[in-house]
Design a protein around this ligand. Structure first.
Ligand code: UGA
Ligand code: MN
Length: 348
């Protein structure tokens, strides 16, 4: 009896052993196939999108908060310029500071240019403006302007030597401009910013150009010298570095003397602050031939092969070499001659 019972048990066991997998495969065949065969691309994309969508929503939310914080910061800094340092200490991110060096000189459009620049710079994170007046002294116009700007700034001055100073009716290219002012700012950085504890990038931002906000993020992480196209310059729609297949700069797209070592405008490059310490004597040469000012400085810092192309491998224009028209002042002079000058207390 017991033997028969055991036999039955063994038979049932053997049958179940072989049949169970078959039943399982039949029952879950479809799912098993999915499990065994790799997911097709579409399924993968769906699965990833499902996982990513809450992340993306959070990211968008964060971006919105960041924008609101930036707007608030700008509004606060404009309202309380004395508290700029305090506000920035709280809000500055742990990213390299952009030191923008701007030579500037007194003329009818100067304040208008400075307003345009300020309206851009206020939106750039970790930004320090070094404004250098081409003047024997710091003028009240620029001093007051900076004090209410809401920017972190340094105000310097040095007058261009008389023999290099442009005369009223000289063609604009006759003499180099802003040279001693930029050199003074470079010395100020060497003396006042501790490179060991401050990471930064130096950019020469003339007071009449037009700068996109994206430009500053392109230059932010520059190892040595980064480069990009400049719009409306050199008699062309744009000038730019020529970038090879390997992502390195091979030469220059420029109509005027493309054989110059660095055939680009001052607005077309930025350098790591640490190069100033590494090359303590590097400066702009006021005696450089026309168009060789940028080269006079850069040849002391980098080689062509070391340049870092930015703005999507130099395919995007993010800065424009705009030049502001000189205003007509004939009627103003006539009114002065007639003894009816406009109100001299109004600053323009
Ligand atoms: C072009 C480049 O864009 C300049 O960066 C470069 O300095 C100049 O050529 C040159 O080869 O020297 P461009 O637009 O013709 O410049 O020059 P400006 O914009 O008239 O001057 C460049 C900067 O120097 C401006 O920020 C301007 O305010 C300042 N500047 C000009 C002075 O400080 N003093 C002056 O007498 C004239
Ligand atoms: Mn200019």
């Amino acid at each position: 009896m017991a033997r028969i019972h055991l036999k039955k048990v063994v038979i049932v066991f053997v049958v179940l052993f072989f049949i169970t997998p078959v039943i399982l495969v039949i029952a879950y065949g479809v799912n098993c196939r999915n499990f065994i065969s790799p997911l097709n691309e579409e399924d993968y994309r769906d699965a990833i999108a499902k996982k990513e969508s809450p992340l993306k929503m959070k990211e968008d939310e964060l971006k919105k908060y960041e924008e609101r914080l930036n707007t608030l910061s700008v509004a606060l800094r404009r309202q309380f310029p004395n508290a700029v340092e305090y506000i920035l200490q709280i809000l500055d991110d742990n990213i390299p500071t952009i030191y923008a060096i701007t030579p500037t000189h007194t003329r009818h459009v100067q304040k208008a240019e400075l307003v345009r620049l300020t309206n851009t710079f206020l939106h750039v994170k970790n930004f320090h403006w070094i404004l250098v007046e081409d003047s024997e002294y710091r003028t009240p116009l620029v001093t007051n302007f900076l004090a209410q700007s809401g920017l972190r700034y340094t105000h310097l001055n040095t007058a261009t030597p008389k023999n290099y100073k442009m005369k009223e009716n000289d063609p604009h290219w006759l003499k180099p401009r802003g040279v001693e002012q930029r050199n003074l700012a470079l010395d100020w950085l060497r003396e006042n910013i501790d490179i060991a504890t401050n990471s930064g990038v130096v950019y020469f931002a003339d007071d009449d150009n037009t700068y996109s906000l994206q430009l500053f993020e392109e230059m932010r992480f520059t190892e040595k010298v980064s480069v990009w196209p400049v719009g409306i310059t050199g008699g062309l729609k744009f000038e730019r570095p020529i970038v090879g297949e390997d992502g390195k700069v091979k030469g220059w797209y420029a109509a005027w003397r493309p054989q110059r070592p660095f055939a680009m405008d001052m607005a077309g490059f930025a350098l790591n602050l640490n190069l100033l310490k590494k090359y303590p004597n590097a400066r702009f040469d006021i005696t450089a031939k026309r168009g060789y000012l940028e080269s006079s400085f850069l040849t002391q810092l980098v080689t062509l092969n070391e340049l870092e192309p930015r703005a999507e491998l130099c395919t995007k224009v993010l800065v424009w070499h705009t030049r502001t028209e000189k205003p007509k002042w004939k009627e103003e002079d006539a009114m002065i001659a007639k003894g009816q000058p406009s109100d001299p207390r109004v600053e323009v």
